[in-house]
Design a protein around this ligand. Structure first.
Ligand code: HEC
Length: 196
C-alpha cells in the first residue's frame, strides 16, 4: 500500500469517527433536552431495564430453582411493624389510631376500597351484616355498625382485622398494615352514616 493510500484510508477512518462522535453527541443532546413529560431515549437499554424475575419463574442459580426468594431469617421489610398485641384486649384498647377521627377523602377512599374488597362480602355494603354470601353461612356475620362496635376502641377493630375473632379468620395478609387504620376509619364512617 502506498503512503498516499494509507493517508486516504486514515482520513476516511477519521471522518467516519467524527461522524459517529457527532451523531452520538446529537443523540445525547436530544435525549437530555427532551420534554420531561415524554419517555427518554434509551441508549444502553440493559442498564435501564434490569432482568427482573417474574413471580414463580424457574431460576438456574438457586438450589431450589425458584426465582421467588424467601427473605433472610430475622429480617422484616422496611417500615414493617409487627402486630405485637395478639389477642390482648386491654392493649388493643390502648392502641392509638394515628388517623383518629379523620374523614379526609384520602383516608376514606382507601378504607372503602379495603372494606369493599375484603369485608363487604360478609358484613354488607353498609356494614349491617347482610353481605351477599350470608345466606350460605351457618354462623352469620354480625353488623359492624352495631352499638357494640360503636362502643369499641379503634384499636379493637384493628385487632379483629389483624387477628380475626372466633369463626372470622385474620385479614392480616389481605389488608396491609399501612391501610388498616383507614379501614377502621371507614367503619367509623359507616357507623356515623348508618340510618336505621
Ligand atoms: C367470610 C365472612 C367474613 C369476612 C369476609 C369478614 N368477616 Fe368480620 N366477622 C365474620 C363473622 C362470622 C364474625 C363473628 C365471629 C365470631 O365472633 O365468632 C365477624 C366478626 C367481626 C367483628 C366483631 C363483631 C362483633 O360484634 O363482635 C368485626 C369488627 C369484624 N368482623 C370486622 C371485619 C372486617 C373489618 C373485615 C374485613 C377486613 C371482616 N370482618 C371480614 C365474618 C367475616
Amino acid at each position: 500500500m502506498t503512503t498516499q493510500k494509507l493517508i486516504t484510508n486514515a482520513t476516511k477512518i477519521l471522518n467516519l469517527g467524527l461522524v459517529a462522535v457527532g451523531a452520538s453527541a446529537l443523540l445525547l443532546t436530544s435525549a437530555c433536552t427532551k420534554d420531561h413529560s415524554q419517555p427518554n431515549v434509551e441508549l444502553v437499554q440493559d442498564m435501564m431495564d434490569s432482568p427482573a424475575n417474574l413471580p414463580q419463574e424457574y431460576d438456574d442459580f438457586f438450589p431450589d430453582h425458584s426465582a421467588s426468594r424467601v427473605p433472610p431469617e430475622h429480617t422484616v421489610p422496611v417500615g414493617f411493624k409487627p402486630y405485637s398485641i395478639g389477642f390482648n384486649v386491654d392493649l388493643a384498647k390502648a392502641d392509638k389510631n394515628p388517623l383518629q377521627g379523620s374523614e379526609s377523602s384520602e383516608v376514606l377512599l382507601v378504607g372503602q376500597k379495603m372494606y369493599e374488597t375484603n369485608c363487604m362480602v360478609c358484613h354488607g355494603m353498609k356494614g349491617r351484616g347482610d353481605g351477599p354470601i350470608v345466606d350460605k353461612m351457618p354462623n352469620k356475620p354480625p353488623p359492624v355498625v352495631s352499638d357494640k362496635i360503636k362502643g369499641w376502641a379503634d384499636g379493637q377493630i384493628y385487632q379483629v382485622i389483624s387477628m380475626g375473632q372466633g369463626t372470622m379468620g385474620s385479614y392480616a395478609s389481605h389488608v396491609p398494615q399501612k391501610y388498616r387504620w383507614q379501614l377502621v376509619n371507614y367503619i367509623r364512617h359507616l357507623q356515623k352514616t348508618d340510618k336505621n
